[in-house]
Design a protein. Structure first.
Length: 72
């Protein structure tokens, strides 16, 4: 299980995520949807290890292979 626990991320003066928590069960497919600017890309970049949370923690990724394809 991958868990985001009270994750916060700020870019510049913009709060992208504020005390965001959720869990992804093992062997499950999930989808992240929402309007532009709500933090979808930031969440995926954190899952891939490209970005780190300012506060909170992400658990369950140790030993996991994660790929990320950048969009243009």
């Amino acid at each position: 299980m991958i868990q985001f626990e009270q994750v916060s991320k700020t870019l510049g003066h913009t709060h992208i995520l504020d005390n965001f928590s959720f869990a992804i069960d093992d062997n499950k497919i999930f989808c992240i949807i929402g309007p532009s600017g709500c933090g979808k890309t930031t969440i995926l970049q954190m899952l891939a290890g490209i970005e780190q949370p300012d506060r909170g923690r992400i658990t369950g990724l140790t030993g996991q292979r994660v790929s990320y394809v950048f969009h243009e």
